[in-house]
Ligand binder design. Structure first.
Ligand SMILES: [Zn+2]
Length: 66
């Protein structure tokens, strides 16, 4: 086990711990279901500090630490 490997391998959607699908570049690691949610249902997320800040379609924000 490598202590330098900090890559996130699980989905970073709030409350989800499913294994993430492979994601290109800087995109957040997400499972297939939440990739779909982010692409087509108005959810967005961006990297913030040591986590990801999600914005729901209704504008509610939630920080998910990883
Ligand atoms: Zn998920």
């Amino acid at each position: 086990m490598s202590s330098t490997d900090t890559a996130v391998r699980h989905c970073v959607f709030p409350g989800c711990r499913t294994d993430a699908q492979s994601t290109p570049g800087s995109a957040a690691p997400l499972c297939r279901r939440h990739l779909d949610l982010a692409r087509h249902h108005g959810w967005s997320c961006r990297r913030l500090g040591d986590g990801y800040l999600w914005s729901s379609p209704l504008g509610r924000e939630q920080l998910v630490r990883v």
